[in-house]
Design a protein around this ligand. Structure first.
Ligand code: IMP
Ligand code: MG
Length: 178
């Protein structure tokens, strides 16, 4: 599996340091607020698991699953809710936890939906950001690493549901998906 990685983009050490840094910032920014961390499955589970432990506040967590990609590497633009949130978001301060902000279409859709449900405030925390590929006007409030337009896997990110358990972020060899 690790032979399919062309090069490591973000090491385990860099990930741990960045997660601690973002967690400290969130702890400061949301002190005294009622924070709900929403993880967008499945790609953000590893980041979410690490990040929530770096936030020193009485938070609540929830999960939602959407599909926008199928098994390909390019976004289809179609967002479908596969699993909705369990909690009522009306009046809540929501921080959406994502693995990667790419075209931005997935998060734009989710943000619109949550704001229609009456969320008090919705912000975005993404581990990776590929600004070159943005198709909608959306920006992360917290981000880990800005990366080039390469297809990456590991630390939760997949290609065709594989590679999520690689502990670092690596560039997938193009011959795997082309
Ligand atoms: P967006 O709607 O294009 O921003 O899609 C974001 C989603 O696409 C992420 O949550 C990932 O699941 C997936 N994605 C985008 N780029 C990559 C990548 O380089 N590797 C793995 N998944 C990716
Ligand atoms: Mg994916």
């Amino acid at each position: 599996m690790r032979n399919d990685i062309e090069r490591i983009l973000v090491t385990e050490e860099e990930l741990a340091a960045k997660v601690a840094e973002i967690g400290a910032k969130i702890t400061e920014d949301y002190a005294g607020k009622d924070l709900l961390l929403v993880s967008v499955l499945k790609g953000s589970v590893v980041f979410m698991a690490d990040l929530m432990r770096a936030v020193n506040l009485p938070i609540e967590i929830d999960f939602m699953a959407v599909s926008s990609y199928g098994s390909g590497v390019k976004t289809s633009g179609v967002v479908k809710i596969l699993k909705d949130l369990d909690v009522d978001v009306a009046g809540r301060h929501i921080l959406l936890v994502e693995d990667i902000l790419d075209s931005g279409m997935t998060l734009q859709y989710i943000m619109e939906m949550l704001s229609q449900r009456g969320a008090a405030d919705i912000k975005i925390c993404t581990l990776l950001d590929k600004p070159e590929r943005r198709k909608v006007n959306i920006q992360a409030d917290y981000f880990g690493f800005v990366i080039p337009d390469k297809f990456v896997v590991g630390y939760g990110l997949d290609y065709d549901e594989t590679y999520r358990n690689i502990p670092y972020v690596g560039v997938l060899k193009p011959e795997i998906y082309s």
